[in-house]
Design a protein around this ligand. Structure first.
Ligand SMILES: *[C@@H]1O[C@H](CO)[C@@H](O)[C@H](O)[C@H]1NC(C)=O
Ligand SMILES: *[C@@H]1O[C@H](CO)[C@@H](O)[C@H](O)[C@H]1NC(C)=O
Ligand SMILES: *[C@@H]1O[C@H](CO)[C@@H](O)[C@H](O)[C@H]1NC(C)=O
Ligand SMILES: *[C@@H]1O[C@H](CO)[C@@H](O)[C@H](O)[C@H]1NC(C)=O
Ligand SMILES: [Cu+2]
Length: 226
């Protein structure tokens, strides 16, 4: 009972701190898919995979300096997605190794996970997509440090959508660490928390976010007492 009351008190406080005042954008109050990305913190940016159930990354394009950790938050909606590095020339195709470059990163198809890359060259763009059947062709593609002119983020997504239903189904061989211009140092980690998330073992991925850690702790306590 005490824990339940605590959650009731903590939740609105947390929601206000996390989202701030209503912006000019969508005003929906529907629960986000679980888990959804928390707010950015210094040196650490967060991206929702399949934001609000749509076949998009959100934000789909970011500017992230060297050493920034970018964490992708996979929902727990029963449909797997991936964060798979590709190229501007071939948006929906995994970036294989060449004679002068290592292979791209790939989370592999995942649900309820986080996958983090470290930006290692902010002077070059990172292009990526979701390898789930049909998703890239529907526009589930994103970029990091894309230029404002020339090969822009918008052109990249347009190229993915131009492929549309002709998208070639990709193999899923599980997570691939490493990458080009940004590297994953670990396979995806379990995640049962996040903004609007629920669960009882999210301490690790939430450690950098005090309000979230507080919420997770309250939820864990309430679950333990059920
Ligand atoms: C993302 O792309 C949009 C549309 O091209 C652009 O207006 C915006 O500045 C870009 N944001 C970043 C962070 O690159
Ligand atoms: C890498 O090799 C490809 C051909 O395989 C070439 O087009 C590209 O310019 C090379 N890149 C660098 C940085 O040398
Ligand atoms: C992340 O990348 C930056 C820039 O390449 C590097 O200096 C830093 O050591 C990396 N951090 C980790 C934990 O790998
Ligand atoms: C980021 O790291 C890359 C690779 O070491 C380097 O070429 C680039 O100049 C760095 N960016 C900045 C803004 O220093
Ligand atoms: Cu997807």
């Amino acid at each position: 009972m005490l824990a339940a009351a605590l959650v009731v008190i903590v939740l609105p406080t947390f929601a206000a701190a996390q989202y701030g005042p209503p912006p000019s954008g969508p005003t929906t109050t529907a629960a986000a898919a679980v888990p959804s990305a928390p707010a950015d913190t210094p040196g650490h940016m967060n991206i929702d995979v399949a934001f609000q159930g749509q076949f998009v990354f959100h934000p789909a394009n970011i500017t992230a300096p060297n050493g920034t950790f970018v964490t992708f938050w996979f929902p727990n909606t029963g449909l797997d997605h991936s964060v798979t590095q590709s190229s501007f020339a071939a948006p929906c195709t995994y970036l294989a190794a060449t004679s002068n470059s290592t292979a791209g990163f790939d989370s592999g198809l995942q649900s309820a996970k986080t996958f983090t890359i470290n930006i290692t060259d902010d002077t070059k763009p990172i292009w990526y997509h979701c390898k789930q059947v049909g998703h890239c062709g529907m526009g589930m593609a994103g970029s990091i440090n894309a230029p404002a002119t020339g090969n822009t983020h918008d052109k990249f997504v347009a190229a993915a959508m131009a492929i549309g239903g002709s998208e070639v189904t990709e193999n899923d061989n599980g997570p691939v660490t490493g990458g080009v211009n940004g590297i994953a140092t670990a396979a995806p980690a379990a995640s049962t928390g996040g903004a609007g998330g629920s669960g009882s073992s999210a301490a690790t991925s939430l450690a950098y976010n005090a309000p979230l850690a507080l919420l997770a702790g309250a939820l864990a306590l309430s679950l333990a007492l059920l």
